[in-house]
Design a protein around this ligand. Structure first.
Ligand code: PGA
Length: 241
């Protein structure tokens, strides 16, 4: 693991955007894995700037997002479809057909998971997967205790994750109970991983993830076994002990 501590959220976002830009420059038809949440928002804003400055071209890029709620339509303000089109895709020259998010707004969500996994494989696998980390060490919606060899699947969200995400909804009760998430194996299959650590109260979980035992109780700790992980940690919000 290559671990980098930076002083501010902006610095983390700049560095992360540069890393994604470099991936696209080296391989214009890259398959990128993206995440939602507060953590990567600054990186997306910087990627939009780099695109507007004419430095990167998304026309050949394919993207797969980590997860999506079950039961929200793509135009729901809290759906991850909406988040990604609003913050990033809608501002780039990316082809709609090359943008993938799990479809949680269907009857057969299990089938949706299989279709998603097949789409990743048909695209040739993910070149670079961007990840945030939850306060409980989750990656995607792979909560503590998740199967470390799991592929894309339906997840029952834990009370702590629903509470953490309630800030975006009217109340905790309005947060969907389920989501579709890439599994840990899906994430580990990515050729490169960029893990961003930002957010108050995350210092301990980040340290355990990077330096503690590998355990399904801290799903992100499995990343220690991945051959090509870069971690950028924003000290201003995670804090320093
Ligand atoms: P956050 O969420 O970026 O909004 O802190 C990260 C996560 O839960 O994976």
């Amino acid at each position: 693991m290559q671990i980098e501590y930076v002083k501010t959220y902006d610095e983390m976002s700049q560095k992360a955007a540069r890393s994604v830009a470099q991936q696209i420059l080296l391989k214009p038809e890259s398959v990128l894995g993206f995440a939602t949440g507060f953590t990567p928002e600054g990186m997306y804003a910087r990627l939009v700037e780099l695109y507007q400055e004419g430095l990167i071209d998304f026309s050949k890029v394919t993207t797969f997002n980590l997860d999506e709620y079950v039961g929200l339509s793509p135009d729901h303000l809290q759906s991850y479809h909406f988040f990604m089109w609003d913050r990033l895709f809608g501002k780039l020259n990316i082809s709609k057909e090359k943008v993938y998010l799990p479809d949680g707004n269907v009857e057969d969500v299990q089938k949706s998971c299989l279709i998603y996994e097949e789409a990743i494989q048909s695209a040739g696998g993910i070149d670079l997967q961007v990840l945030g980390i939850g306060p409980n060490g989750h990656i995607g919606f792979n909560e503590p205790g998740s199967d470390l060899s799991g592929m894309t699947h339906v997840v029952e969200l834990t009370p702590s994750t629903r509470k953490a995400n309630a800030r975006f909804f009217d109340s905790v009760g309005a947060v969907p109970q389920k989501a579709i998430s890439m599994g840990i194996k899906t994430i580990m299959n990515a050729r490169r991983i960029l893990l961003l650590g930002s957010g108050s109260g995350k210092w301990d979980i980040i340290q355990k993830t990077l330096h503690g035992p590998i355990t399904s109780m801290i799903p992100a700790s499995i990343l220690q076994l991945h051959p090509d992980v870069t971690v950028i940690i924003d000290q201003s919000t995670t804090g320093l002990k």
